[in-house]
Design a protein around this ligand. Structure first.
Ligand code: YXS
Length: 259
């Protein structure tokens, strides 16, 4: 596979994001390769899947590929956006998906990692949720995922500051299951994966889907949905949205005007 590597043995699948030139940015092509890998893992009866970057990575993923964010008045994070597709594919995958994190995780890659069933990270990893820095109106299900996973106080601090947070802050909040010295990370992940593989795949698949449905059981009236979408449109139609993306590629701090 082009931008991801795939390996499976003894029911344990390992998917390695492998586009270091683009810092594993979640481009359409990388996400497509990831989703194809996950589909193949179902066919090959993987009992657990580990998503990782190559050992020693300084950046796990730089998040959404900014070059693919539309600047022509289109919603940048619609239902069919590659990031949304990847999140749903992981959430619906019929077995546990473990994010094994080394390095820094940026923007939408934080949501991708948080959509996994467990996060095990090296103790020097960092997580930055950056829509406010780029001027991007994050979408409803993404904000809901952050809220459910991290809790509102931590999410507000991460979303409003758009700064990298050390992994221990996410361990304290219960977002990250374990943070260990990097040399212990792979052994711990494999230990947990081997524990999972010994148990009933049918029961685990049922439990995963039960937990997904129960945690996402939030009523959103059509009027509330439309109000949020209207607010989001005001942002992605704004000059600030264009400025955020332009500033990123010009490698300068954005000058947001609030319009
Ligand atoms: O200048 P060249 O051509 O070498 O390209 C640079 C960067 O522009 C490029 N690059 C990216 N290209 C597209 N999308 C990205 N997300 C992205 N990130 C980086 O990669 C080349 C090397 O980057 P450089 O020189 O900055 O590397 P570095 O080692 O000094 O810094 C690594 C990072 C990850 C700290 C830095 O690249 C960075 O801060 N990247 C942006 C991280 C970020 O804010 N990601 C959010 C993307 S938007 C998103 O996920 C959602 C839509 S939202 O914003 O809503 O969360």
């Amino acid at each position: 596979m082009g931008l991801v590597n795939k390996d499976i043995s003894n029911g344990i699948g390992i998917i390695t994001l492998n586009n270091p030139r683009k810092l594993n940015a979640l481009s359409t092509s990388l996400i497509n390769d990831l989703c194809v890998c996950l589909e193949e893992m179902i066919e090959e009866n993987a009992r657990v899947v580990i998503i990782r970057a190559p050992a020693g990575s300084k950046v796990f993923s730089a998040g959404h590929d900014v070059a693919e964010l539309p600047t022509n008045g289109r919603d940048p994070l619609t239902y069919n956006d590659p990031l949304r597709l990847a999140v749903r594919t992981i959430e619906h995958f019929p077995a546990p998906v473990i994010a094994m994190v080394e390095g820094s995780v940026w923007g939408g890659a934080c949501e991708l990692v948080m959509s996994c069933d467990m996060i095990l990270a090296s103790e020097d990893s960092h997580f930055a949720i950056t829509p406010a820095k780029l001027g991007v109106p994050y979408n409803i299900s993404g904000v809901q995922n952050f809220m459910i996973t991290g809790g509102v106080p931590l999410c507000k601090e991460m979303l409003f500051t758009a700064q990298p947070f050390p992994v221990n802050r996410l361990v304290e909040a219960g977002v990250v299951n374990h943070a260990v010295p990097v040399e212990q990370l792979e052994d711990l992940v494999m230990q947990i994966a081997n524990q999972i593989v010994k148990n009933s795949p049918l029961v685990i698949s049922l439990l995963k889907e039960e937990l997904r449905l129960l945690s996402a059981a939030h009523n959103l009236s059509p009027e509330t949905f439309e109000r949020i979408q209207g607010l989001r449109r005001q942002v992605y139609d704004s000059r600030d949205y264009q400025e955020g993306i332009r500033a990123f590629f010009e490698k300068r701090p954005p000058e947001f005007k609030g319009s």
